[in-house]
Design a protein around this ligand. Structure first.
Ligand code: PLP
Length: 385
C-alpha cells in the first residue's frame, strides 16, 4: 500500500445539516435572538483589522453597561462559561493560597475542582442545594479561614437559587480577600451591580439571558484583581487563559493603540456577542429585568394551577431559571422526552443531588415572553396527563 493511498476511501454519507426547530426552555442554551444569528453570518474580518478592533472596543463598553461596572478590564474570553471560570481561578490564585468556595449547587462545586487543579487550598463552604448563604455565615468563614479569594455563584443554574449580594463585598475588603462572582445565569436577566457590590472579578455566559449561542464568555477584573495579577510570583498555569497575554491583544497597550497577537479571536462569535449586548442595551436593563420577572411570575402561577411547585422559596428564586419539583409518581424523564419529541420543547433534568427530583426550566432573554410561557404550560399540562 502506498503512503498516499486513502485509509477512508469514501466520505460519510449523511443527510445535509437540518437541526429540528426546538424551543429551548432548559438551563441553557436558550434560543438566540434572530438578530444575533444574523450577526453570526456577517462578513469575516481579520482579527487585527481596525474595523474589528472597533467592534471589540464597543463590545467592551456594552459589557460594562450590562454588568454595571467601570472596569476597563472587561472582555469576552474565547470559550464557554467554564473557560472564563477557569480564567478567573487560574489568574487570581497561586499554589497554596486559600480559596473559599460557596458550594450550594453544581457550579460552586466545579469552582472548587478548578481551584484544586491550580493547587490552591480549597475550602468548601457547604449549604443544602437550593439554599443561599447568609452574611453571618460568610463572615464566620472569612474570619476562620482568611482566604485570598472567595467565590460565589450568583445564580445557581443547578438549583434555581439567587445568592443575595448585599454586604459581601465590604466583608471581603475587611478580610483583604478578593470576591469572585459567577454571573452566568444572571447577566442581563436579573440585577447585577458589579461595582456597587464591590465584586473584584466576575464571569458570565452568553447562551443564557443574553440569547447568544455559546462560544464566548464575558470576564471582568476590577483594580484589586488586576493588582493581584500583576503581583503574581508564579506563571498563570494556562497560556490560552493568561489574562495578561489576552489583554495585550484585546485591550492593547498605549491606550489600545498597539495590539499584539495572542490567539485568533473567534470573529463571528464576537459579532454575535456584540449584537446580543447591543439588543440588551437597546431594551434597557431595568426593562429587561422586569420582563424576566413578569414572565416568571406568570409561569409560577401556571405551575400552581397544574399542581406543580418550585423548589426554591420565592424570596431567593431566580426569575431566569426555575427548578420545578417532580411530583411523586411522575416519571420526570418521560415528561422531558414527551416535551422534546411531541412539542419540540427542551427542558432540563436535575443535576447532581437534584437528579430525578426536579425539572429545570429556563425563561431566558429572547425566550422570556408570554407566548413562550403559555406554550410551555400547555405542553406541560398535556405531558402530565
Ligand atoms: N456557571 C453556571 C452558573 C452555569 O450555569 C454554567 C453553565 O450552565 C457554567 C458556569 C458553565 O458554563 P458553560 O457550560 O458555558 O461552560
Amino acid at each position: 500500500m502506498s503512503l498516499e493511498s486513502f485509509v477512508y476511501p469514501k466520505p460519510p454519507s449523511f443527510a445535509p445539516l437540518d437541526p429540528p426547530p426546538r424551543l429551548l426552555c432548559g438551563p441553557g442554551p436558550c434560543n438566540p435572538h434572530p438578530r444575533v444569528l444574523q450577526a453570526l453570518g456577517a462578513t469575516e474580518l481579520g482579527h487585527l483589522d481596525p474595523s474589528f478592533l472597533k467592534i471589540m472596543d464597543e463590545t467592551k463598553e456594552l459589557l460594562k453597561y450590562v454588568w454595571q461596572t467601570k472596569n476597563e478590564f472587561t472582555i469576552p474570553v474565547s470559550g464557554t462559561g467554564t473557560a472564563a471560570m477557569e480564567a478567573c481561578v487560574f489568574n487570581l490564585l497561586e499554589p497554596g493560597e486559600k480559596f473559599l468556595v460557596g458550594c450550594n449547587g453544581y457550579f460552586g462545586e466545579r469552582l472548587g475542582q478548578i481551584g484544586e487543579r491550580c493547587a490552591a487550598t480549597v475550602i468548601r463552604m457547604e449549604k443544602p442545594w437550593g439554599k443561599v448563604f447568609s452574611l453571618e455565615e460568610i463572615a464566620e468563614q472569612l474570619e476562620r479561614h482568611r482566604p485570598q479569594v472567595l467565590a460565589l455563584v450568583h445564580a445557581e443554574t443547578s438549583t434555581g437559587a439567587c445568592q443575595p449580594m448585599q454586604g459581601i463585598g465590604d466583608l471581603c475588603r475587611k478580610y483583604n480577600c478578593l470576591l469572585l462572582l459567577d454571573t452566568v445565569t444572571s447577566i442581563s436577566g436579573i440585577p447585577v451591580y458589579i461595582d456597587n457590590w464591590k465584586v473584584d472579578a466576575a464571569y458570565a455566559g452568553t447562551q443564557k439571558c443574553l440569547s447568544c449561542p455559546p462560544g464566548m464568555a464575558p470576564l471582568t477584573f476590577g483594580p484589586r484583581a488586576l493588582e493581584k495579577l500583576k503581583s503574581r510570583k508564579s506563571q498563570v498555569p494556562s497560556y490560552y487563559l493568561d489574562m495578561s497575554l489576552v489583554a495585550s491583544y484585546l485591550l492593547g497597550e498605549n491606550g489600545g493603540s498597539k495590539r499584539s497577537y495572542h490567539h485568533t479571536a473567534p470573529i463571528n462569535m464576537c459579532y454575535a456577542v456584540r449584537e446580543a449586548l447591543y439588543i440588551a442595551a437597546e431594551e434597557g436593563l431595568e426593562k429587561r429585568w422586569k420582563r424576566h420577572r413578569e414572565n416568571a411570575e406568570v409561569f409560577w402561577n401556571g405551575l400552581k394551577q397544574l399542581g406543580l411547585e418550585p423548589l426554591v422559596d420565592k424570596e431567593h428564586r431566580l426569575t431566569s431559571l426555575t427548578t420545578v419539583k417532580i411530583p411523586q409518581g411522575v416519571d420526570g424523564k418521560e415528561v422531558i422526552s414527551i416535551l422534546l419529541n411531541e412539542y419540540n420543547i427542551e427542558v432540563g433534568g436535575g443535576l447532581g443531588e437534584l437528579a430525578g427530583k426536579v425539572w429545570r426550566v429556563g425563561l431566558m432573554g429572547y425566550n422570556s415572553r408570554p407566548d413562550v410561557v403559555l406554550t410551555l404550560l400547555a405542553a406541560f399540562e398535556n405531558a402530565l396527563r
